[in-house]
Write a protein that binds this ligand. Structure first.
Ligand code: COA
Length: 264
């Protein structure tokens, strides 16, 4: 696979993806969104990968938003299409991915970049990172899930404040709001992220994929999260990981999970 705007590598069972347009602060074009979808789809059922990390090239930006030059002359229908495609191809796709996806926020995470981070399962930022939704400054609103996911994580009041004022906040404030899992010096960012991946790697990939489905269910309209939990809990018992995990506990040894995910 060869891409124009993203780099990727697989090491130690972790797929690391770098959005790579540093001269444009890694602003997301629709082409980049399609590339990210294609790469993630290729690894979705790969049993050799336990976690995914997404970061931005350079030291200044994670992703400074959707590429403004692409939609500057759009009409309403084109705007809807842009938003809908983004939801489907990337932001919902990440949220519902079967493996944990961690955002390594190495600088500006604005607009679509903040939304990209918010759609990931775990977020770690460097202490120089800044995040926010500048959209109303441009006469639009967040269109890649930001109005929903920011409110889910920080509460409606803070989401309204941040989106209506377009304030940019520092990593520490984002951490205090519950938007980040950790803040570290920039030089330590990837180490911290891979440390989290190490923990994930020793656990059952199958159980992890069911946990993601169950947790997400709470945020889906008309879905009974408790019923989904019962269903996903039951599915764990169909899998060898469960037998290995419980057997290893009883035999006082570390489990060796094969982690064969059902095809999704
Ligand atoms: N879309 C398109 N291009 C972008 C971009 C975006 N979201 N964010 C940054 N860029 C480009 C700039 O146009 C500039 O390109 P150029 O060198 O060809 O002129 C380059 O990236 C560097 O950005 P610049 O503005 O010169 O850097 P800065 O350090 O002065 O400012 C920011 C950094 C992040 C504050 C500023 O780039 C910015 O406000 N970006 C837009 C953020 C935004 O509104 N995002 C939401 C979009 S919906």
């Amino acid at each position: 696979m060869k891409f124009d705007n993203i780099l990727f590598q697989v090491e130690n069972r972790v797929l690391t993806i770098t959005v790579n347009r540093p001269d444009k602060l890694n602003a997301l074009t629709t082409h980049t969104i399609r590339e990210l979808n294609e790469l993630l789809a290729a690894y979705r059922n790969d049993n050799n990968i336990n976690a995914v990390v997404i970061t931005g090239a350079g030291e200044k930006a994670f992703v400074a938003g959707a590429d403004i030059s692409e939609f500057a002359d759009f009409d309403a229908e084109q705007g809807r299409m842009l938003s809908r495609n983004g939801h489907q191809l990337l932001f919902n796709y990440i949220e519902n991915y079967s493996k944990p996806i961690i955002a390594a926020i190495n600088g500006f995470a604005l607009g679509g970049g903040f939304e990209l981070a918010l759609s990931c399962h775990i977020r770690v930022a460097s202490d120089n990172a800044r995040m926010g939704f500048p959209e109303v400054t441009l006469g639009v609103i967040p269109g890649y899930g930001g109005t929903q996911r920011l409110a889910q994580l920080a509460g409606k009041g803070k989401a309204l404040e941040l989106i209506l004022t377009a304030d940019m906040i520092k990593a520490q404030e984002a951490f205090d709001l519950g938007l980040l899992n950790a803040v570290v010096p920039q030089a330590d960012l990837m180490n911290k992220v891979y440390e989290i991946c190490e923990k994930i790697k020793s656990k059952s990939p199958v159980a992890i994929s069911h946990a993601i489905v169950a947790i997400n269910a709470n945020y889906k309209d008309g879905v009974d999260g408790f019923a989904v939990e019962i269903e996903e809990f039951g599915k764990c018992f169909e899998n060898d990981d469960f037998r290995e995990g419980t057997k290893a506990f009883l035999e006082k040894r570390k489990p060796d999970f094969k982690g064969k995910l059902a095809q999704a």
